[in-house]
Design a protein around this ligand. Structure first.
Ligand code: BEZ
Length: 397
């Protein structure tokens, strides 16, 4: 081979290499995966009863990531958003907008348990990383658990598992249960039923109405006639504010004690006004948690978003923290799935709610607080259950 031939060959091989590299043909998958922005999709309710919950979650995620320089494992982020309207019938279609159309690397959503099942199907079928920042549907971290699905919030029966004993201890032994009738309320009931009856309480009646109906009047009349010691309930968002107001307007406040899973008084105390005062709940967060971590978080959130944070903002924030830990462990290459999942499974989340870890089924192991609304704030009365884990029944990972 003459010098000029070899030079020509080298040049043309070099040109071929450049061409292949620019189309991505010769680059290893790990380099390709790191070359662009990480695509993060929010699937959350931005309209309807749970709209403010969706906004708080998105705020929390963005705040956590912005605090760490706005990148994930050194890579910039491209954001995508879909309003799921808390509409289960559109769950799969909406999740596919993010996964198939927008080609997101990670889907963050959602609030409503029924909609979550749509996301869950798409996540299991596609293998896309799915982070659940609220919806507590049991199946997601029980029988249908999956290696690529992680929840940063709670399972639906976790908060109410801590409620029953607290009610009986306060002398409220005969209760009516009332809820929106869908997975979240029905599974919250399971936790309440088990803890309340185990502590010696009797459930006089179970009442319900379809989501998102808020015509409570007939049910409140029935409660008045039943004369229980207490009412325990699951409602959230706009429905929770209306329930507390209607309960007071029906003349029941002060006569029948009102309890709930803590969503009842999250983000809605101002809207409910005096009707919320004295309401007792159990949850994995409280505004009044007296820790530096919580106080710093609340101050920074209020400064940034000009509103007070609630449990949904905390769950969003923790979702951001989990994603950061996972992405940092693989230097932004989310295609390294075993390493990504291992890092997320072993993460200790230093949350405003207190430190928590992931169960084997990918659901938080966390403390539950007993809270009371005092002067417009969820005040902590104590820890109702320490390091509470969901059963994870049927999960094989
Ligand atoms: C749920 O549908 O899982 C849910 C919605 C709002 C608050 C808590 C749970």
């Amino acid at each position: 081979m003459t010098h000029s031939t070899s030079r020509r060959q080298m040049l043309s091989q070099g040109a071929a290499l450049v061409g292949a590299a620019s189309t991505g043909l010769l680059l290893p998958q790990s380099v390709l995966a790191q070359s662009g922005k990480i695509r993060v999709g929010f699937m959350l309710p931005y309209t309807g009863t749970y709209a403010q919950l969706g906004v708080a979650i998105e705020n929390g995620v963005r705040m956590a990531i912005n605090e760490q320089g706005g990148k994930l494992g050194g890579r910039e982020i491209e954001w995508f958003k879909v309003d799921d309207e808390s509409e289960p019938s559109k769950g799969i279609e909406n999740a596919n907008k993010l996964v198939q159309r927008d080609k997101v690397d990670v889907i963050i959503g959602t609030v409503h348990s029924g909609v979550q099942m749509g996301i869950h199907k798409v996540a299991r079928d596609s293998g896309v990383l799915s982070l659940i920042p609220n919806a507590g549907v049991h199946a997601a971290t029980r029988a249908l658990c999956a290696p690529n699905v992680f929840r940063t919030s709670f399972s639906n029966s976790q908060p109410t598992m801590a409620l029953g004993e607290a009610m009986v201890k306060r002398g409220h032994k005969k209760a009516v249960w009332i809820t929106h009738k869908y997975a979240a309320g029905d599974e919250a009931f399971e936790g309440f039923r088990d803890s309340y009856t185990k502590a010696g309480g009797t459930i006089v009646k179970e009442l319900g109405l379809p989501f998102p109906n808020v015509e409570f009047q007939a049910l409140l009349t029935e409660i008045a006639a039943l004369k229980p010691d207490a009412v325990a309930c699951f409602f959230a968002g706009g429905a929770a504010a209306k329930f507390m107001k209607d309960f007071a307007a029906a003349g029941l406040k002060g006569k029948i004690a009102l309890y709930g899973s803590g969503f009842l008084t999250e983000g809605v105390i101002e809207a409910a006004g005096p009707a919320a005062e004295g309401v007792m709940t159990t949850l994995h967060y409280a505004d009044g948690l007296d820790t530096k971590r919580n106080k710093d978080f609340r101050l920074a959130y209020a400064k940034t978003f000009k509103m007070q944070p609630d449990v949904y903002a905390v769950q969003g924030y923790d979702t951001g923290l989990l994603l950061i830990q996972g992405a940092n462990a693989v230097k932004g290459d989310l295609s390294q799935k075993p390493a990504l999942y291992k890092a997320m499974e072993g993460a200790v989340i230093d949350s405003p709610r207190g430190k928590w870890t992931m169960s084997k089924a990918h659901n938080p192991v966390q403390d539950m607080y007993l809270r009371e609304v005092v002067k417009g704030e969820n005040k902590v009365l104590g820890i109702a259950a320490k390091a509470l884990a969901d059963s994870g029944a049927g999960c094989r990972l």
